[in-house]
Design a binder for this molecule. Structure first.
Ligand SMILES: Nc1nc2c(ncn2[C@@H]2O[C@H](COP(=O)(O)OP(=O)(O)OP(=O)(O)O)[C@@H](O)[C@H]2O)c(=O)[nH]1
Length: 336
């Protein structure tokens, strides 16, 4: 790469668990808005599910880091960016003019922003782009910034805040959430997602010259990762699963234990079904609409990523197995 080559903007898409980051990327890919963009996806959990979903939308994303981006930013994220730049320079991959990083839902993006601005090896090739933070309008009683310090940092770091899932939100909620979020980050623009929005479109959302450049106002050593109480794991059941029994288990679980069940997503094949896997997702107390995926796009049986607070994945595995056997949700006690 010559010295005169323009710096590549690295945009960051962040937002708490289940706020709609992958859904937005899939929509932008399908709408052709990310044609010139290299996509990097970081997941807290062990399965590259978001990468698979982006591929089903016709995009190609590379997974970075095994764990939260705030914990791996100086290692695998930096290496992935350097590798991208080198492969682009040697024509190994199609040219791209920007990079989009989807952080995991419990990542503190401050460290990534600081690394992009300051890292000696990244600075000659990349520049910090914009930080877009999604906030789910379907909130529990507890605001997300009270659930996790990472969620607070996601709001504070944002250049543009997008309020997602407006179709599911009670009519009054955008105003209340907007006021709260403006109090936390008065510099950020806030918009409600209308289903068509492209928050990375520089024409619709120019980088305001009078504002501090992205990241400049928040270059600080990232807080030590604080995921202590948060566990992730993968629940597995071999072979097809009865949909009625599974759906009942999930809705009872989300209803009773949604405060601890921060996120659940994955696929299952159904007994008596047509073989197509079903994508199921829940975000705290809300179970989202399941989606049929094309045949052979996911493993047979059930494979679910769970991200839990103060709850062990093994306990959920036992609960699911017992429910599928007995048709009821056993108490989530230590004895399972
Ligand atoms: N009704 C509705 N559902 C949405 C919308 N956006 C996302 N969802 C659903 O919300 C769930 C979570 O969306 P994702 O896009 O996977 O969220 P995410 O932020 O990528 O999740 P993590 O990577 O786990 O943090 C999925 O079931 C989506 O279908 C929306 O605008 N309206």
């Amino acid at each position: 790469m010559s010295d005169a080559a323009p710096l590549i903007a690295v945009d960051i898409l962040t937002g708490f668990l289940g706020s709609g980051k992958t859904t937005l990327i899939r929509r932008l890919v399908e709408g052709g808005c990310l044609r010139d963009t290299a996509i990097l996806v970081n997941e807290f959990a062990a399965l590259p599910l978001d990468q698979r979903l982006i591929a089903l939308s016709g995009g190609s994303a590379r997974v970075v880091g095994n764990g939260c981006i705030c914990c791996v930013v100086d290692g695998s994220v930096r290496d992935a960016l350097i590798d991208l730049a080198e492969r682009r320079a040697s024509d190994e991959i199609p040219p791209f003019s920007r990079v989009l990083i989807e952080t995991s839902g419990i990542a503190d993006p401050a460290g990534l922003v600081a690394t992009l601005a300051l890292d000696r090896r990244l600075k000659p090739r990349f520049r910090p782009g914009r930080v877009v933070t999604l906030i789910d309008l379907v909130e529990d009683e507890t605001p997300i910034e009270a659930i996790s310090p990472e969620a607070l940092s996601q709001i504070v770091c944002a250049d543009l805040i997008v309020l997602s899932k407006a179709d599911l939100a009670p009519a009054a909620s955008p105003d209340a959430i907007m006021r709260r979020v403006t109090g936390l980050n008065p510099l950020s623009q806030i918009v409600v997602d209308d289903g068509l929005l492209d928050p990375f479109d520089r024409t619709a959302f120019p980088e305001a010259p009078g504002r501090p450049q992205p990241g400049r106002s928040f270059i600080a050593a990232p807080a030590a990762p604080r995921h202590d109480a948060i566990r992730s794991g993968v629940l597995r059941i071999a072979g097809p699963v009865d949909w009625q029994a599974f759906a009942t288990w999930l809705s009872l679980l989300a209803h009773r234990h949604g405060g601890k069940l921060l996120r659940l997503k994955g696929t299952l094949t159904l007994s008596g079904g047509d073989g197509r896997p079903v994508l199921v997702q829940s975000v705290r107390h809300i179970v989202h609409r399941p989606e049929h995926l094309p045949a052979d796009s996911a493993p047979d049986g059930l494979e679910l990523v769970v991200i839990l607070r103060d709850l062990e994945p093994a306990l959920l595995q036992r609960s699911l197995e017992a429910f599928l056997r007995a048709g009821r949700v056993p108490a989530l006690s230590a004895t399972g």
